[in-house]
Design a protein around this ligand. Structure first.
Ligand SMILES: Nc1ncnc2c1ncn2[C@@H]1O[C@H](COP(=O)(O)OP(=O)(O)O)[C@@H](O)[C@H]1O
Ligand SMILES: [Mg+2]
Length: 264
């Protein structure tokens, strides 16, 4: 694996779990003793930025030593003209080069809609993780399914964005981008929708070259610690007196399995 390694969370759709996953990946790597930088390219919404802010405040308030990433937040100027965009992209490049000097990993969270920062962010990805909810609507963001033949008919704009990022890396003689599409918020009830999605995701994976991962279940523990800036992986250090239930242990395993798959 290239060092420093850049992991980007991306999907041209909001609400699929990018920021949640970014925070879990950051805490996993911090616990592994890695030097982690995090970059919120969705600074306008600022979910990851606020999550990390809450973490700092929680540690201060409770006098505990919680490891923190070196965090930077940036946001895309919606009315920027090409000359300004170029300046901002040059600044982003300088920023990422600086972070590379001081980090083992850089985790980049991106906006759920197309803009110049989101596109640029993708071109830095050694590893790209795209969370999708288990739904045909989420699949549609990557590839269009023909409703008559139930086959992938064409690629969606987001798949083109990833393709462009891959080309840019090839031109710059950088190692190829490794793309993972991860199903998030899985509900453990058998359904026909899942069978159909399995088939279509398999088809799409071959066509645009990504690795499908059955990722995280729908679990309260992935969302309830936001105001404390914590994740399931922090509970021991955080001083919170919780006995880990089966669901907590399963959640921890899910994150560990994900990290094993993407950092292999
Ligand atoms: N595995 C999960 N289980 C339960 N809730 C989740 C899970 N993943 C994400 N969420 C919730 O889904 C919503 C969207 O997540 P978020 O990380 O903000 O998505 P994005 O960054 O892609 O817009 C939030 O309310 C978050 O708490
Ligand atoms: Mg987000």
């Amino acid at each position: 694996m290239t060092k420093p390694h850049i992991i980007v969370l991306g999907n041209e759709k909001g609400g699929t779990g990018k920021s949640t996953l970014a925070m879990h990946i950051i805490t996993y790597l911090l616990k592994e003793g890695k030097k982690v930088a995090s970059l919120d390219l969705d600074g306008r919404q600022g979910t990851l930025t606020n999550y990390i802010k809450n973490r700092k405040e929680y540690a201060k308030l409770h006098h505990i030593n919680l490891s923190q990433p070196e965090h930077i937040s940036v946001y895309a100027n919606p009315s920027a003209v090409p000359a300004i965009i170029k300046q901002e992209l040059d600044s982003l490049d300088n920023l990422i080069n600086e972070l590379k000097e001081q980090s083992d990993y850089i985790i980049i969270d991106t906006a759920g809609s197309d803009n110049y920062l989101m596109r640029a962010g993708h071109s830095y990805a050694d590893t790209l993780i795209t969370p999708i909810n288990e739904s045909l609507i989420d699949l549609d963001v990557i590839g269009k399914v023909n409703p008559k033949t139930i086959k992938i008919e064409s690629l969606s704009p987001y798949a083109e964005t990833v393709w462009t990022a891959r080309q840019k890396r090839a031109l710059n003689r950088q190692p190829p981008l490794n793309w993972f599409v991860l199903r998030n918020r899985l509900m453990y009830i058998p359904n026909n929708n899942r069978k159909l999605l399995d088939k279509l995701i398999g088809e799409l994976a071959k066509r645009v070259s990504f690795t499908p991962l059955a990722g995280l279940g729908e679990r309260v523990i992935y969302k309830e610690l936001f105001l404390k800036g914590l994740t399931i992986l922090d509970l021991r250090e955080s001083g919170i007196d919780v006995r880990l239930g089966v669901s907590h242990i399963a959640a921890k395993r899910e994150i560990e399995n994900l990290m094993e798959a993407v950092t292999r």
